[in-house]
Design a protein around this ligand. Sequence first.
Ligand code: C5P
Length: 318
Amino acid sequence: MNLRRNDSQRNRTLAPRSSQVATIHAPAKINLFLDVLGRTGDGYHELATLMLPIRWFDSLTFEPLPAENDRPGPFEFAMCGVGLDGNVPEDSRNLVIRALQLLRERNGCDAGARVELVKRIPSGAGLGGGSSDAAAALQLANRGWNLNWPAERLATLAAELGSDVPFFLASGAAICRGRGERIERLPPGRPLDLVIVKPPASLSTADVYRRFDELPVEEGRPRNQVALASLVNDLRQGAVRRMAAWMSNGLQAAAASLSSWIGRLAAAFAELGFAAHQLTGSGAAYFGVCRHAGEARRLAMTLHSRQLGRVFVTRSCG
Ligand code: C5P
C-alpha cells in the first residue's frame, strides 16, 4: 500500500483543505449488558450485548485524493490527541487505514485519501474507539469517493474489520448478537449520567476472551432474555435505580483475573454508591451510572483522589 506519513505534521492539522473535506465525530460506547453465550467455531464467541453510544468522541477528517499517473491515490494519515498512548498503530495496522484499504479493494477503485484522526477515546479500554473510527472511515469514504454503497453492504464489510464496527455505522443504543453483527436498534431513552475510569493498564480483547475460556463456567449466569428486556424497559423510562439488577458483563471476571485494577475499581465504585457499575466490553475501563449530573461530578471528584486512573464525566447519547 502507498501509505504516507509526514512526521512533521503528526501533531497539527493537515492542510490545505478542499471543499470535499468532511468530518465525523466518532463516539465511544459502553456495554450495559454482555453475555458470552458460547464459541462460534471460528475462534470468536457468540454474544448478546446491549451497547450504548456515549458523548466522548474521536474526530475523523477525510479528504479524497485522486489517483496519480495510473497509480492508486496515496493514503496520508495523521493522528493527534490525548487518546494516543503508544498502543495506537500509525501504520496500516490502524483500523482506519485497514477500513479504507478494504473498501477500496472491494470496490475496485483507485482513489486515495488524506485522513486526520483526533484521538480522545483511550485504547485497550473496551470503549470501542478503534471500531468507531473504522466505521467513520467507511462512511466518509463511501461519500467522499462517491461509492454509494447501501448501508447493508457497508455493514457486511464493517463486520470483517471488527465485531463492534457495524454497531457504529448508525446511531443509538442497540442489542448486538452473534459476534456483534446482528443488530437490533433501540428507541432513544433518557441520557444516562456516567463516570468512567480508565486505569493505567490497558487490556487486549483477545487476551480477555482467551482467559474467559480458561475460567470455569459461571454458575447462575444471567437469563439474558429477561435481563435484556428489563434493561431495555428501564433504559427507555430512565429508571436508573432499577438498572443495576439487570446489568452484567460476562467478561468482567476474566478481565479482573488479568488486571488487579478491575477489582480495585469495582470495590471503589461499590463503596461510593453508584446506582450501577461494571466493566465496559473487555475492559479495562470501568463505568458507573449516576442518578443525575451533579452526582456524577461529585463521585468523579472522589474517584480522582483515589488515583485509580483517568476519570471522565460524560452522558450517553440521547
Ligand atoms: O472483533 P475484534 O477484532 O474486536 O476482536 C478482537 C479479538 O477478540 C478477536 O480476535 C477474538 O479473539 C476476540 N473476540 C471473540 N469474540 C467476539 C469478539 C472478539 O472471541 N465476539
